[in-house]
Design a binder for this molecule. Structure first.
Ligand code: PLP
Length: 362
C-alpha cells in the first residue's frame, strides 16, 4: 500500500458509504480518467474479468458468435467469451512485443469470413505491460469493421506514442486484482471513449434496473460494480502508480544490466515509441531444459519464478477451439521465465536473484 488508502477507506466507514457505489467510486473513476487521458470514460467494476464480460456484451457478442483472442495470455482474457455462449478463435503472437500477430490476425479474419463466420470482436492483450502492435491491429480491425476489446489488465501506466494503454480499444479493460501493478485487492474497470457505452456498462453492472419506483427489468443484469470501500484503496493506489511503474522498470533494468552478458539469455526490448510498465520482468532462455534448470535453481534458494503464460490453445479447457498459429507462443512458453518483479524488491533481493541465475548458468 502507498499511504493514503486507509484514509479513504476510513472516509467510507465514517460516511457509511459501505455499498457498491459512493464518493470513492466516483473519485476513483475520475482519477483513472485523468491518468489515462484521451477523453475516456471509466466504469469501476468488481474485476477485470467482469469488465471483459460486460465489454464483449456491449460490443454485441452473443451465443454462437466467434471472437478472436490472443492465445498468449491469461485465461481470464478468454473465459468471458464462453460465459456469453460464444466461441474463442485463438491467434498466435509475434516476437517484437509477444502480443497478437497482425499477420495471423488478418489471416484468421479472412479465413473465418470465407467460412461465413465473421468474428464479432478482437481481444488484444498488452501482455506483461508491453503494448501490442497498436496501429497494425487497429487498421486491420477497421478494414474489416470488427471492434477491439483491449485487455489492458497488465498495462496500466504503459503507453504507445504518448497515449495510454487502455484507451486504444473500442472498449478497454483494467484490472486491480492483488497481483497487478496497483490493486484494490480485487477490482477492475471498463474504459471507453463512448459515454453511452460507459453508462450502459454501469446499468448492466447494477442489475439492469429500469427507471421505475419498483424493481423493473427488461435486460439480464449483473452485480459487477466496485465496492466503495475498495474504491478507497484504489484512490490511494492511483497516487503511487508512477512510483510503482518506476520500481518495476528499475527491476527490469537491473536484470538487464546484470544478466545481459549471459549469451544464453535474452530480454524483450521496447520497440521505438513504446513504453512498458514492465509489470513482470521476463527472460527468454535458449531451451526448455535451461528454463527448468534456472527455475529449479531459484526454487532451491526459496526464490519463486514462473514460466510465461501457457498459450490458451494448449489449455485443456479450450482444446476444441479454432486456432491460427505459427508456433511463436509455444516457444515463448517453453523458454520463458518470469523473474521476481514486486515493486518492493530490495537491491539485495535483486542481486540474490541474478547471482543465483549466473551460478546456475556457469
Ligand atoms: C489479471 C488479468 C485479467 C483479469 O483481471 P481480474 O481483475 O483478475 O479479473 C484479464 N486479463 C489479463 C491479461 C490479466 O492479467
Amino acid at each position: 500500500m502507498g499511504g493514503d488508502e486507509l484514509n479513504y477507506v476510513h472516509e467510507a466507514f465514517e460516511t457509511n458509504w459501505v455499498a457498491p457505489l459512493g464518493p470513492n467510486v466516483d473519485a476513483f473513476e475520475r482519477s483513472i480518467e485523468k491518468e489515462l487521458g484521451n477523453a475516456v470514460h471509466v466504469a469501476a467494476l468488481s474485476s477485470g474479468t467482469a469488465a471483459i464480460h460486460l465489454g464483449l456484451e456491449l460490443l454485441g457478442v452473443g451465443p454462437g458468435d466467434e471472437v478472436l483472442c490472443q492465445s498468449f495470455t491469461f485465461s481470464a482474457s478468454a473465459n468471458p467469451i464462453l460465459y456469453l455462449g460464444a466461441q474463442p478463435v485463438f491467434v498466435d503472437s509475434e516476437t517484437d512485443t509477444w502480443n497478437m500477430s497482425p499477420e495471423l490476425l488478418r489471416e484468421a479474419i479472412e479465413d473465418r469470413i470465407k467460412n461465413h463466420r465473421k468474428p464479432k470482436a478482437i481481444i488484444a492483450v498488452h501482455l506483461y505491460g508491453m503494448p501490442y502492435k497498436i496501429e497494425k491491429i487497429r487498421s486491420i480491425a477497421d478494414a474489416f469493421e470488427i471492434p477491439i476489446l483491449e485487455d489492458s489488465a497488465e498495462a496500466l501506466g504503459s503507453w504507445y506514442k504518448g497515449t495510454s494503454c487502455g484507451t486504444f480499444g473500442d472498449v478497454g479493460i483494467l484490472s486491480f486484482n492483488g497481483n497487478k501493478i496497483i490493486t484494490t485487492s480485487g477490482g477492475g474497470a471498463l474504459v471507453t471513449r463512448n459515454k453511452t457505452l460507459r453508462d450502459k456498462a454501469v446499468f448492466l453492472a447494477t442489475q439492469a434496473r429500469d427507471e421505475a419506483p419498483h424493481y423493473q427489468h427488461s435486460h439480464v443484469g449483473y452485480n459487477y460494480r466496485m465496492s466503495n470501500v475498495l474504491a478507497g484503496i484504489g484512490r490511494g493506489q492511483m497516487e503511487v502508480l508512477k512510483d510503482r511503474v518506476s520500481a518495476r522498470r528499475k527491476n527490469y533494468e537491473f536484470y538487464l544490466n546484470s544478466l545481459s552478458s549471459q549469451n544464453e539469455l535474452s530480454f524483450l526490448p521496447e520497440p521505438k515509441d513504446y513504453f512498458s510498465n514492465r509489470w513482470l520482468s521476463c527472460i527468454l532462455t535458449s531451451c526448455y531444459d535451461m528454463r527448468e534448470t534456472l527455475r529449479m535453481a531459484l526454487l532451491e534458494q526459496n526464490i519463486e519464478s514462473r514460466p510465461l503464460w501457457k498459450p490458451l490453445h494448449l489449455q485443456p479447457v479450450f482444446k476444441d477451439s479454432k486456432q491460427y498459429l505459427d508456433g511463436t507462443s509455444e516457444v515463448l512458453f517453453q523458454r520463458g521465465l518470469c523473474l521476481p518483479s514486486g515493486s518492493n524488491l530490495s537491491q539485495e533481493d535483486l542481486e540474490r536473484v541474478s547471482e543465483t541465475i549466473k551460478n546456475a548458468l556457469s
